[in-house]
Design a protein around this ligand. Sequence first.
Ligand code: UDP
Ligand code: MG
Length: 346
Amino acid sequence: MTSGEPALRQDAGAGTPDTPARRAAAGLSIVMPVYNEAGGLEALHGRIVGVARTLRERWGLACEVVYVDDGSRDRSLEIATRLPADGLDVQVIALSRNFGKEAALLAGLEHARRGAVLFMDSDGQHPPSMVERLAGHWIEDGYDVVFTAKAHRKSESFLRRLFGRTFYTLINWGSRHKIPEDAGDFRLLSPRAAAALRQLPERNRFFKGLASWIGFRQLRIDYEPAAREHGTSSWNFGALLGLSIEGLTAFSVAPLRIASLLGLLLAATALFFGIYILIEVLVFGTDVPGYPSLVVGLMVLGGVQLVMIGVMGEYIAKILSETKGRPVYFVAEHSVKRADAAAPPR
Ligand code: UDP
Ligand code: MG
């Protein structure tokens, strides 16, 4: 490779290079979504620079970091643009407004210029010290997707854990491909896995699900997420619920199946109840006190039907947003800083 000029990524179809040296030649893009992270960005970048140096020394791996500013309202963008390209390329992409983390991740994926792609939060919760280990599983062991999962959920409230459990049961129910529980967004994709992910056309992205769905050789690593260093998490219960509905409707038809099953169950009950009443009237000649049971029946049916219409509505809304075919994000500013000449990427 000529000095200073980074290798551009090779997209799918190139087959898998089978030696560590050939894998490392693809380089690595570290993608970080940034939303109001001004407080810790500089320090984090310092740690990334350190990690990049280690990777370069160990495998000759050239790195770039891609900061995707997701419409931050603080000075994140300004700080990101001033970060030094100290031994690694620095790309800064500013989205035109806040599009949400999933959109930011896609922007990073699509702009990544190296082969392998690593996703990482910019709030310090995904320890940069683990990057070397993740990269090792790709370069040396040949895994395509190295994803991390929370070792345990002790720090979370009972309700949140219950919610999480229900979510994964539902999303994996009856599906051929199971999405691993508790997997986070901190993951490394080999060049061919990253290329596969770029090929998925859907606009409603649920990254954890997609990255697992593409297959290839996947490896799970359990770890302890660090505490947030600055600012606050932008996920509240409502946002989580939104992402869950998003994930569920994007990945499974379980809610629709439940609707059908419930419908069948109710219809069967009604049938037996009807036969029972008929026998009562014809054989025993009893007067059927109909009013209360009628009202109860009506209300149950009405309620169930409304819920199921809502469930169907979720899927129709998804179809609508997919058919509109809007871009997932817009880029307002884009800058690339080449690695400093003093410390070339290779
Ligand atoms: N983030 C983003 N856009 C958003 C919300 C969050 O790009 O609308 C980024 C944020 O800067 C961080 C990552 O996504 O790097 C995870 O966000 P957060 O820490 O709020 O989520 P949590 O760690 O609680 O899941
Ligand atoms: Mg966080």
